[in-house]
Design a protein around this ligand. Structure first.
Ligand SMILES: NC(=O)N[C@@H](O)C(=O)O
Ligand code: NI
Length: 166
């Protein structure tokens, strides 16, 4: 099988094994504030495990990735979830893997729209942030606390992502 990875659109069903999509899904919408605001309710849940852990809200300013791109590693956060919500309105790549006996399997690459966020469930293999085209800001909600919340795995042979067509 080729090391070149296909890129597919990010959808709720395809991403379900890895976490949730943070987008204005009409099914989740309820009016609040006397009808002046639409609340898209409980799109995802932040997880922060362990004594003394807390959920934190961050800004990530990502440099655009260049292509062809070598995916030589994946990471996961054993004690908490991690969400990325684009603030700059630009598309970006989401790269995730199923767990195969404690190692990431073949990565899956999703092209996320600039109005779609993702929440990686706790312990989900993913590649670090992959901004596209220009420096992009993201609101990131994840876990801070004691213990090592970062596990990395390096592939023997890197996978390749070709330039996405936007
Ligand atoms: N290191 C860090 O906070 N960021 C990564 O976890 C990432 O997924 O981008
Ligand atoms: Ni991460």
């Amino acid at each position: 099988m080729s090391q070149i990875l296909d890129i597919v659109p990010l959808t709720k069903s395809a991403f379900a094994p890895f976490g949730d999509i943070i987008e204005a899904d009409p099914v989740t919408m309820r009016y609040i504030n006397n009808g002046t605001t639409e609340r898209f309710h409980a799109l995802a849940a932040a997880e922060a495990a362990g004594e003394g852990a807390r959920v934190v809200i961050n800004l990530f300013r990502g440099q655009p990735r260049h292509f062809p791109y070598e995916v030589d590693m994946m990471e996961r956060h054993p004690f908490g979830s991690q969400s990325f919500s684009p603030i700059s309105g630009r598309p970006y790549l989401v790269v995730v893997s199923e767990d195969e006996g404690g190692r990431p399997g073949r990565p899956r690459v999703f092209l996320a729209r600039g109005d779609q966020g993702v929440n990686y469930r706790r312990n989900t293999w993913h590649h670090p942030l992959m901004s596209l085209g220009a420096v992009s800001d993201f609101l990131v909600v994840d876990r801070e606390g004691p213990g090592n919340n970062l596990e990395e795995y390096f592939f023997e042979r890197p996978f390749i992502i070709s330039e996405p067509s936007l």
